[in-house]
Design a protein. Structure first.
Length: 229
């Protein structure tokens, strides 16, 4: 007889101590049942479906924590398809920040089948009797990823945004808005009864109610502190 533990099948999770008492047997059965319960895990985005200015997208993801057999051999999960993506939204107002392929995020799994609710977007019975299944996942992005190069940073009393890792920035604090780099910057300062506007080598579109004024500044533009254009 061969000494290969895998001959004729795969090694299970049972070990020598599991059969030594009734308690250990019951404990093993409970652990096996709990192993079928999916709660939450880190996943990698494999595909993004839809999104943009339309409704929030869905994603196809792969869990990053691998499966192991009784001998500790690891194997990859398959891809889970069609997870709805979280979008910060209230009514018809939203912050749109869709995931991208290779992003790492969190998938959480509902305790019942949510397939019918996903289709109808209304209250409905569960689509089947499955429980805590990875097929009923939802995706929340932004875990364990690298540093952002396009960002909006919000702190108490200030907001900063950049599309190119800080080369071009918009910075706002109470009463002030600053745009850089200075070679094409616009500075605006609002003070009760006073508006100061300063610009160099830039174009601005100022929208005031139903009036639109286009200002082209070449090497200058001061308003309350004189020199205009």
């Amino acid at each position: 007889m061969s000494d290969d533990p895998n001959q004729g099948g795969y090694a299970g999770q049972w070990d020598d101590s599991d059969g030594t008492s009734d308690y250990n047997v019951q404990q093993f059965l409970i652990q096996q049942a709990l192993a079928k319960v999916s709660t939450a895990t880190l996943v990698k985005v494999m595909a993004v479906n839809g999104g943009g200015l339309a409704a929030p997208p869905t994603v196809d993801v792969r869990p990053l924590v691998k499966l192991i057999d009784g001998l500790g051999n690891a194997s990859d999960h398959g891809t889970i398809s069609g997870l709805p993506v979280f979008r910060m939204q209230s009514g018809a107002a939203a912050v749109i920040l869709d995931p991208k392929v290779d992003d790492i995020g969190l998938a959480i799994f509902a305790d019942r089948d949510i397939s019918t609710v996903k289709k109808t977007k209304a209250a409905a019975p569960p689509g089947s009797r499955r429980r805590f299944d990875m097929a009923d996942g939802l995706y929340i992005g932004g875990f364990a990823n690298g540093a952002a190069t396009t960002y909006v940073r919000v702190a108490e009393g200030e907001i900063e945004g950049s599309p190119d890792n800080g080369v071009t920035t918009i910075f706002a604090s109470p009463g002030n808005v600053k745009m850089s780099p200075d070679s094409g910057a616009t500075y605006m300062r609002a003070v009760p009864g006073l508006l100061t506007l300063w610009a160099i080598n830039t174009r601005m579109l100022i929208d005031n109610t139903d009036q639109k004024v286009k200002i082209t500044a070449i090497n200058g533009l001061w308003v309350n502190n004189v020199r205009v254009a």
